[in-house]
Each structure stands twice: as C-alpha cells, then as structure tokens.
Ligand binder design. Structure first.
Ligand SMILES: Nc1ncnc2c1ncn2[C@@H]1O[C@H](COP(=O)(O)OP(=O)(O)OP(=O)(O)O)[C@@H](O)[C@H]1O
Ligand SMILES: [Mg+2]
Length: 339
C-alpha cells in the first residue's frame, strides 16, 4: 500500500535523521517537558558528579520519537563524558561488545539504543560488566578453554528501548534507574514547534502552531516532521508567514487528520467497526485484516489511539469506542434509531 510507505508520520525515516540532528536540543533548557524525568535524572547525575563517580546505569523507555536518544546525549553532556554509541542489532557477536567494553575509558557513557534487540549471548556478557565491571572472556575451545576476566573502568550504560517489556528481567534489574518517557502535553509540543520554526527560520502564527501540535500525536519527532512539510508548502506557495489555512492544507495533503490520524490508523478503526461490529476483535485477527505487523499495531498505532480514547484493549480483544465512530463519521448501530 503506497500511502502507508509515504506517510506514517510516526515512523522513523532517513530524512528524519537529518531533521532530528538539526533540531535536537543540546541543552537542558531546550529539552521541553518530561519534567519529572528531568528532575529525577538531575538528582542522580548531580549526586554522582559530587562523588566524582560514574552514575548508575540508566534505562530510558517509551514510544519512538519522544526524546530518548536526545536525553542520552544530554546525560553525557551533563557528566562531561564521552558518549560511545551502539545498538542492540549492531552487536551481533560477543566479540563486538567485548571490543567496545575494552575500549571504554573511565567515566565514559555507553549508549545502547534498541536494547530490546540485544541477543541473549550479548546480554550474558553485559551482566557482569554492569554489575562488577568485569568482562569474562572464554579463551580457547573444548576442555582447554578457560575464562579470562578483565577489569573494566567505571562507566555508565545508558540504554533506550521502545519495548521495555521485551528486555530480559536480569538485564532490567541491573539499571539503577528507569525512566519512562510519556507523550507530551499539547503546550509542550507547541513550544517545540515554536522553537523548531525559529531554528528553521520559518515565520508561523500561533493558530498554525496549534493545528500542527494537535496533529503531532504528542510526539516531538512527529511535530518536527509535520512542521517541515508545512515549510515546504509555504515555500512552494510563496507564503511569508505560515497561517492556520496553510497548516490545515498541508495536513490535508498528507492525509493526516486533525487528531493526527493517518490512513492506517483510520483503516484500523474502520476494520474494527465495519468488519467486526466495533469489536472485540483479537489482535492477531486484526493484524491479518490490516496486513500489518502485530508488534507495530501494538507499539505504534494502538498506544496513541488509546491515549485519545478511540480504542480500548479488553481481555476479549480490541474495541472501537463511540468516539471512534464519531471521528470516522460512522453511525453507532442502534444509536438514535428509536425515539
Ligand atoms: N523534550 C524535547 N524537546 C524538544 N525537542 C525534542 C524533545 N524530545 C525530542 N525532541 C525532538 O524529537 C526528535 C526525536 O527525538 P529522539 O531521537 O531523541 O527520540 P527517540 O525517543 O530516541 O526515538 P526512537 O525511539 O525512534 O529512537 C529530536 O531530534 C528532537 O528534535
Ligand atoms: Mg532514539
């Protein structure tokens, strides 16, 4: 389905990498929202700075685009530390991790993105490294094999994941602190759009900002992406200032509605409503009907639809709420028929 490939404003695309880099806050005061996380994190970092030690290992989890990577960079900056970056899928063999660990210097921060994709063997190497700063290597093969134990310098692991439930229990328990990033408040998203517009040298009025923020799924990356599309629209149409109409027209072109739903989101809801009479419908059946991956439905589409009250997860399956019917302009069966 072509639309799905082009749109999906909440999925990461290559162009995002560039945009993310340009708009990524590099100072705490530019990191909008997530106040509880920022406050608690600061306490941990300040305390370890005072002691002159590396901080406890930190885990950040939450939906894509909410600012986990940004936060990891800010932690490194705050600690005045080098950040070494890798990711779950990049670490294939235990040797890959061993090479990184043995190259760490005192106080370094090791950032592992997509930590839920670490394989079991790598995790086993990671446990003693996190707990007692030891790297256990097996040298040789067969009966002559022996374990070599190498001391590692003090370091901090910062791990990020969109799926904390997929991390193994032992790994999860080795973090000194875990922070869940939540969807942003609308005012925070508006502040992010305003800041990004400034960085992009784009003149935009308040009403346009509200329209973009409302369609941003409470997610900074989505907000920045929509803003870029609005900027394109303004450029093509020679607009000096982006106004409400320009923002709305852009969203319409992108088939993103006023709540930030994309064709796939609407399709998901209309399948539940039209094929399954509003539900409940099991997730596997739904994935098959939508020809999409169950994990993506669960991790990307559903959290937002639930957050805005269009979908319910019940033990019997997924259900569309009356608000979903209303949003799609579908009459609720039996509603208003009898007076
Ligand atoms: N608190 C924030 N304030 C301002 N901008 C933010 C904030 N959080 C994120 N952003 C913007 O959103 C972009 C995406 O954030 P980031 O890459 O940190 O998300 P992520 O949680 O690591 O996503 P993923 O799970 O896809 O890796 C950043 O480049 C930045 O421009
Ligand atoms: Mg990231």
């Amino acid at each position: 389905m072509e639309n799905k490939k082009i749109l999906n404003a909440h999925k990461k695309k290559e162009e995002d990498v560039v945009v993310d880099l340009a708009l990524r806050p590099t100072a705490w005061q530019d990191y909008v929202g997530q106040d509880k996380t920022k406050k608690n994190l600061k306490v941990i970092l300040d305390a370890s700075k005072k002691r002159g030690e590396s901080s406890d290992h930190l885990l950040f989890y939450g939906q894509a685009g909410l600012g986990k990577t940004t936060l990891a960079y800010l932690v490194a900056k705050e600690m005045n530390a080098n950040l070494k970056v890798t990711s779950g899928p990049a670490l294939e063999k235990t040797g890959d991790l061993a090479a990184i660990l043995t190259n760490l210097e005192k106080g370094d921060i090791l950032f592992i993105d997509e930590a839920h994709r670490l394989n079991r063997m790598i995790e086993e190497v990671l446990y003693p490294a996190l707990e007692s700063r030891k790297l256990h290597l097996i040298v040789g093969k067969g009966p002559g094999a022996r374990t070599l134990s190498i001391d590692l310098p003090p370091f901090t692991l910062v791990a990020a994941t969109t799926r904390a439930n997929l991390l193994s229990g032992p790994l999860r328990s080795r973090f000194g602190a875990t922070f869940k990033l939540d969807y942003y408040e609308p005012v925070d998203i508006e502040a992010i759009v305003r800041r990004s517009a400034k960085l992009l040298n784009l003149k935009i009025d308040d009403k346009a900002i509200v329209v973009i923020a409302a369609a941003s799924r409470f997610t900074p990356r989505t907000a920045n992406r929509l803003l870029r599309r609005v900027r394109d629209y303004a450029e093509v149409n020679n607009l000096k200032v982006v106004d409400e109409a320009a923002a709305k027209n852009t969203l319409e072109m992108l088939e993103v509605d006023n709540l930030g739903l994309e064709p796939t989101d609407r399709q998901l809801l209309s399948i539940i409503i039209e094929k399954f009479h509003g539900g409940p419908v099991g997730i596997q059946t739904l994935a098959a009907a939508l020809s999409d991956d169950q994990g993506i439905i669960e991790d990307v589409y559903e959290p937002y639809l639930m957050k805005i009250g269009l979908l319910n997860r019940t033990p019997a399956g997924r259900m569309a709420t009356p608000e979903a019917y209303q949003h799609l302009g579908i009459k609720i069966p039996g509603d208003g028929g009898l007076v």
